[in-house]
Design a protein around this ligand. Sequence first.
Ligand SMILES: *[C@@H]1O[C@H](CO)[C@@H](O)[C@H](O)[C@H]1NC(C)=O
Ligand SMILES: *[C@@H]1O[C@H](CO)[C@@H](O)[C@H](O)[C@H]1NC(C)=O
Ligand SMILES: *[C@@H]1O[C@H](CO)[C@@H](O)[C@H](O)[C@H]1NC(C)=O
Length: 362
Amino acid sequence: MDRVALLGLSRLCVLWAVLIALFPCGTQGNWMWLGIASFGVPEKLGCANLPLNSRQKELCKRKPYLLSSIREGARLGIQECRSQFRHERWNCEVATSATPGSSHLFGNELTSGTKETAFIYAVMAAGLVHSVTRSCSAGNMTECSCDTTLQNGGSASEGWHWGGCSDDVQYGMWFSRKFLDFPDRNATGKESKVLSAMNLHNNEAGRQAVAKLMSVDCRCHGVSGSCAVKTCWKTMSSFEKIGRLLKDKYENSVQISDKIKKKMRRREKDQRKIPIDKDELLYINKSPNYCVEDKKLGIPGTQGRECNRTSEGPDGCNLLCCGRGYNTHVVRHVERCECKFIWCCYVRCRRCESMTDVHTCK
Ligand SMILES: *[C@@H]1O[C@H](CO)[C@@H](O)[C@H](O)[C@H]1NC(C)=O
Ligand SMILES: *[C@@H]1O[C@H](CO)[C@@H](O)[C@H](O)[C@H]1NC(C)=O
Ligand SMILES: *[C@@H]1O[C@H](CO)[C@@H](O)[C@H](O)[C@H]1NC(C)=O
């Protein structure tokens, strides 16, 4: 296994370690449900033993068949966050040094009110919509199924009709709201009230991204594939595409005022009049630069991260290492190569060695 894969694996182990460490904690955060991602067979554990808050436990007891979708939604969201940010200084890394008792999966990023908080909330809420909707379309649920409003519709003159199973996101959207959207009852201070409103808005922005990227797939029928007749159905985009849209929203996210008013407002005085769209990501606080380790904030810093010497992007050594420079190591790869098929029936390969330079931030 090469070094990069090993690194990935060790990060994964840290993730599991943290997820499992979360389990015995009794804190009542809205986000404990993410811990579910680590359970092999949550259905067998029963709702009472899962890391959920009391409201979520109630919902879980009423709808235990949704547990595997909840777990899948958490997995989708975490994986997509890490994938979208793998080249950035903040790489959606799990805090390994979370302050005892805080027990947050994403460390400080869950409560800091930054653009990163916004992305996490949006991508997790979207993940839940996606996984629940998949389960509806697979016929696994009695409360939802394919989108039946489209049946018998279409346009005969244009030679197509709705058919097959169209994904119906309505139930998934409803469930994601029900499961995630409740104001933080602990939000007493004005700062935490604005933070709570911001989080609810970003949850919804995540769900809107799933709805917005619904697309139509068609299959042709007709004499020798002439496409005289088409059957079409609506389908959700891949979660990767949804993640990319949310990353774009993250990059264009809107800073809001931390003053409590009836509605949330933009922070920029000359833009106060511009209404806030429901699909925009909102944040309150400017992000730290994520360059150096800060144990208190759970920021690991970029020391030791692998960087790309020739890239001008965020993964380039200059940006990623924050100007501190980098170390170069030579890494030896051994792989099977020049494989030949030998009649009959096996494959013979040579062992090839190659050396590559790997750069890591100082
Ligand atoms: C509310 O906040 C207090 C102190 O920060 C904490 O101990 C408690 O667990 C929180 N309760 C909930 C329901 O989050
Ligand atoms: C539907 O249920 C089957 C059997 O329980 C399971 O194998 C499958 O993964 C489920 N599909 C979805 C999309 O939830
Ligand atoms: C490094 O960046 C360059 C330029 O963006 C790119 O072509 C190359 O594939 C990258 N190398 C690695 C190992 O990612």
